[in-house]
Design a protein around this ligand. Structure first.
Ligand code: BTN
Length: 251
């Protein structure tokens, strides 16, 4: 089924492997083509993880973006997280937070994950697949996720219309993507920092490919990289990594 929500053209599936994988095969379509599924059999997360995608419980959405070749792409994942966080806040959800770079948490547990991928077309301009998974109506999670994942149903007690949430989120995404296209990068990193309790003064571990470093968060660079103040006072800029907050007794 195809649903039109200007400028989005939404291809809605009952079940597929991964909305990112299916949209990659449609990457010659116009910008704002979306793939949404009720269920994914092979939903993917960052760092080769799976994304739990039980039927009807979540929003499993991928959006095709065609930014100009000259744009720096690093802020895209932050603006997607800001869009999700604002959608939740607009729905009066409390306890919304963002963990760098783009995990949206509610009351400390992960409600949304974002996977930004690019399709190589040989042409200059990148074709970006912005994959967004939001846990909406899950009543529970498999044992291995229970301590870290949550859904809106678990947090608020109420079920959510997935399509309504999708449309509200797409409108937010359009606004923030428009700002990014106009060069309003600072607005994005400022808003991210406002919404994230991780942005400043937090003792964290950051797991990189080959090492784990500890430091205090010191805001974002203009490109959305995380600044970390190390024990020796030096600042280190993190472009990619997994952040964990240290408990008070670990600091
Ligand atoms: C993460 O936090 O690890 C990112 C999770 C991204 C999940 C979404 S669900 C829709 C889209 N399709 C996928 O296969 N993955 C993303």
């Amino acid at each position: 089924m195809i649903v039109h929500r200007q400028p989005f053209i939404i291809h809605q599936f009952d079940k597929l492997s991964s909305t990112n994988d299916v949209l990659k095969k449609m990457a010659n379509q116009p910008e704002f083509t979306c793939v949404v599924a009720d269920e994914q059999s092979a939903g993917r997360g960052r760092r080769e993880r799976q994304w739990h995608s039980s039927p009807g419980d979540g929003l499993y959405l991928s959006v095709l973006l065609l930014p100009e070749a000259t744009k720096k792409l690093s802020l895209l994942s932050l603006l997607a997280a800001v869009s999700v966080a604002e959608t939740l806040i607009e729905r009066n959800v409390s306890g919304v937070d963002i963990k760098w770079p783009n995990d949206v948490l509610v009351n400390g547990r992960k409600l949304c994950g974002i996977l930004i991928e690019s399709v190589s077309t040989g042409a200059n301009a990148p074709r970006i697949i912005a994959g967004i998974g939001v846990n909406l109506n899950h009543a529970s999670f498999p044992a291995e996720l229970r301590a870290t994942a949550t859904s809106l149903k678990i947090e608020t007690g109420s079920a959510v219309m997935v399509d309504e949430f999708r449309d509200q989120l797409l409108q937010k995404l359009l606004v923030w993507y428009g700002r990014w296209k106009r060069g309003e990068e600072k607005m994005i990193s400022d808003r991210w920092q406002q919404l994230s309790s991780y942005a400043l003064g937090q003792q964290v571990n950051v797991t990189l490919d080959a090492e784990t470093i500890t430091g205090e968060t010191a805001g974002l660079t203009e490109d959305g990289a995380l600044k970390l103040r190390l024990a020796d006072g030096n600042l280190r800029t993190i472009l990619a990594g997994e952040v964990t907050r240290l408990r008070k007794d670990e600091t």
